[in-house]
Design a protein around this ligand. Structure first.
Ligand code: SF4
Ligand code: SF4
Length: 350
């Protein structure tokens, strides 16, 4: 028998803004959702589970990740129960469930904790720089090493254990028996969904938004590759320098459009913004802009006299790498890709 947590609704509200208790179960949201199918029907079911406090059923479900938040369901909901935002809030909640450290849930629910973590990260950058007598080449070298160490550590200490937990909650614990070969057969789907997010194109009227997301993913990964592997800030290769300018500009321009969409609130998808949504887009803007400016100052020979610019970039980078990537909205990119993969693995046994 499904277990009921009567406090679940109250907990879930800390992860987003909506009134799912207003739902009278009409099913309009599921009928209008372009991504809902007979086998994987949502979001009405998830709204019911949330109202009834069926926490374990939500925990074992991949459905919140199958939603790409086009907002159609919310537009048509006669009760303004905001099912689209409920699905988003469930994704935030699931992120906190998968995270073994508990930090994800804390940062989502308690904004002062996020602000404190951001301030501590900034203070660590200043303290480290002071310990090196604000020597620019030394700080830049350390910044480059930090990028490599942070990526490896976050992957090994946070992401791999959390993905194992996700697999446990969604595949193993519910008793889904799948031949091991299915995991290999479906492996291509993991990368296809991770890099293209092609399912988002099936959302109604969503092609431009999909294109922006696609450009952002490619631009962001290319920026990561250019700065970490090709060492953009120290490179003298014209190809690497131009590539870095190009990809940082892409990240900046696309995210500026996301920020302006959230300010204008014209589309359903940007009508409600959780603090984590703001943080994600604003930090991406800052990453793209500050990286672009640092390289420009290097090329103009101005950086030595403007150390503050590199310290600003490094602070944004440290906050991004240690807070937003492992515990914030960035994880949705990872978990959604794996959800599509697990979904594909499961689909093969039907
Ligand atoms: S459309 Fe609104 S009221 Fe109807 S089932 Fe969906 S959330 Fe509930
Ligand atoms: S936001 Fe869009 S994809 Fe998500 S459940 Fe609603 S209609 Fe479906």
């Amino acid at each position: 028998m499904a277990s009921i947590n009567t406090e679940y609704g109250r907990d879930l509200r800390k992860y987003g803004g909506f009134d799912f208790n207003a739902c009278y179960n009409c099913g309009t949201c599921t009928a209008v959702c372009s991504l809902s199918t007979e086998e994987d029907s949502f979001p009405r079911e998830m709204v019911r589970f949330s109202v009834l406090g069926m926490e374990d059923d939500i925990k074992s479900s991949l459905k919140p990740w199958l939603c790409y938040y086009c907002g159609e369901c919310t537009t048509h909901c006669p009760q303004t129960a905001n099912p689209g935002e409920l699905m988003m809030s469930l994704r935030r909640w699931l992120t906190s469930v998968y995270d073994w450290t508990g930090l994800s849930g804390l940062l989502y629910r308690f904004l002062p904790a996020t602000v404190t973590a951001m301030i501590l990260a900034a203070a660590a950058v200043i303290a480290f720089s002071a310990s090196r007598d604000f020597n620019l080449p030394e700080i830049m070298k350390a910044g480059h090493y930090f990028e490599m160490i942070a990526i490896g550590t976050v992957l090994a200490v946070i992401f791999i254990p959390n993905l194992i937990r996700m697999w446990w909650f969604t595949m193993l614990k519910p008793g889904i028996k799948v031949p091991a070969a299915n995991y290999f057969k479906a492996a291509a789907d993991l990368f296809i969904h991770m890099f293209t997010q092609k399912r988002a194109r099936d959302c109604e009227d969503n092609n431009f938004r999909w294109l922006e997301h696609f450009l952002l993913v490619i631009g962001y990964l290319a920026l990561l590759f250019t700065t970490v592997v090709l060492d953009w800030f120290s490179s003298s290769s014209l190809f690497v320098i131009i590539l870095g300018y190009l990809v940082s500009a892409i990240v900046f321009i696309v995210t500026i459009d996301f920020v302006s969409g959230r300010i204008r609130k014209k589309k359903e998808v940007s009508r409600f913004s959780h603090a984590s949504d703001w943080m994600f887009v604003v930090w991406l803007v800052l990453m793209g802009l500050s990286a672009f400016a640092v390289r420009l100052f290097i090329d103009l020979g101005w950086l030595e006299n403007n150390l503050w610019l590199y310290l600003l970039h490094l602070t944004v980078l440290v906050q991004w790498a240690l807070i937003i990537v492992p515990f914030g909205k960035w994880t949705h990119f990872l978990y959604r890709s794996f959800a599509m993969y697990f979904h594909s693995v499961k689909s093969q046994v039907k």
